[in-house]
Design a protein around this ligand. Sequence first.
Ligand SMILES: Nc1ncnc2c1ncn2[C@@H]1O[C@H](COP(=O)(O)OP(=O)(O)OP(=O)(O)O)[C@@H](O)[C@H]1O
Ligand SMILES: [Mg+2]
Length: 221
Amino acid sequence: MLISLKNVSKTYMMDKIEIPALKNVNLDINTGDFVCLMGPSGSGKSTMLHVIGCIENQTSGDMIITGENTKTMNDTALSKFRNRHIGFIFQSFNLISVLNVRENVEYPLVIRGGKINRSHVESVIESVGLADYMKHRPDELSGGQRQRVAIARALVTNPDIIIADEPTANLDSKTGGKIIDLLMQLNSDSNTTFIFSTHNESLSKFAKRTIHILDGEIVSA
Ligand SMILES: Nc1ncnc2c1ncn2[C@@H]1O[C@H](COP(=O)(O)OP(=O)(O)OP(=O)(O)O)[C@@H](O)[C@H]1O
Ligand SMILES: [Mg+2]
């Protein structure tokens, strides 16, 4: 099993009031899976992806990824683990506006340190269909192209898991469909596991597996 959540709960505190965002989630995800996480606004999709993506810690329960229990890791160890195993794609792309496409895609490798393999970076950019846009800056690209850059940036470290939180929410439906097509193609070309969330019922049909979440609980998996 690649990812295993055992009784994972996440509670936010706001003005001393507890907000339960995830309640005793039990979930297993296999290597190579293509999982869609569906649920209404506020149901806990982002929280779940942030916990699985090691961006936030759970409040209780265990999460085992690639055989390691993330609960035993401090913040430094957790961010190292994240850089090694996980690529994250955000709804709002989160590109660096002063860097061009190639520099944005290289960025996780710069953070990691060590020598950067230019031809690897270029082949990842080619794999998302942006070979002709290496020198463009984000504001010179369409929304769909920006999301492709974000996908390339997530792929460049060869992560085991790619997590995408509503990757199509800021795109028109045709462009969004093409982005999901690209994720599916990358999933079938590699052993990388993909988990994406969406509000959009019509996108979930592409997934190998759909998980429904409601009020912080998994209602079907
Ligand atoms: N940083 C935070 N502090 C306090 N409460 C939070 C925080 N982040 C999320 N929540 C609460 O946790 C619950 C789940 O939120 P979450 O963002 O995971 O939902 P979501 O399914 O991603 O919603 P959306 O579809 O609108 O993005 C909500 O009640 C939300 O208000
Ligand atoms: Mg969300």
